[in-house]
Ligand binder design. Structure first.
Ligand code: MN
Length: 194
């Protein structure tokens, strides 16, 4: 945990900012998400998902896309402590991220798919944000931190769910002495004489 939050702690002085430094959460509940409207040097939305005991975090300059297929740049930033999900207020001038923070939405989420490259597809159960999104490590402009946040349609979400849990192997023809009957069968003649 200390390792996960090293970058967060390096950038902030607990004596100078009211932001939290603790990452504790009681009980084994569904993982949480939060979207904070952060009016800093540049207005952006901080998108955070509970993952591995901390909040995996992205800064989304244009806000969370809402139309299926819509995409928004999401800049991957350092993990934040779980307690940050409740934080709103002022970060003092001169401190990292100085400006005001409001909670835009929060709730729980369900992870539907996690790809080996880090891509996440999840369903948000928020007050405003309900439905399925993906976070894709798209390396926009050749930069590793530049991901895309994409709103999915519910159909796509269902498909992602299925491909994760089911794999099919192609069925091969097998020899039989007689032709099977019934509409669900198909057959081929073996022409090599045996
Ligand atoms: Mn921010």
């Amino acid at each position: 945990m200390a390792e996960k939050l090293r970058e967060y702690n390096r950038k902030r002085d607990p004596k100078q900012t009211p932001e939290p430094f603790s990452s504790k959460r009681k009980g084994a509940k569904a993982p949480i998400f939060v979207v904070q409207r952060h009016d800093a040097r540049r207005l952006h939305y901080d998108f955070r998902l509970e993952k591995g005991g901390a909040l995996a975090s992205w800064a989304v300059p244009k806000g969370v896309p809402l139309e299926p297929g819509a995409k928004a740049l999401a800049v991957h930033v350092e993990d934040h402590p779980l307690e940050d999900a409740k934080f709103h207020g002022e970060i003092p001038k001169g401190q990292y991220g100085a400006g005001s923070v409001e909670i835009f939405d929060n709730g729980t989420y369900e992870l539907l798919e996690e790809k080996r490259n880090g891509q996440l597809t999840f369903e948000l159960h928020g007050k405003k944000l309900k439905g399925t999104w993906s976070l894709v490590p798209a390396h926009m402009d050749g930069k590793e931190q530049n991901w895309l946040l994409i709103k999915r349609s519910d159909d796509e979400a269902a498909a992602a769910h299925l491909t994760e849990h089911r794999t099919y192997r192609p069925m091969l023809a097998s020899l039989a002495k007689s032709v099977p009957r019934g509409a669900d069968w198909t057959y081929e003649v073996k022409f090599d004489g045996f």
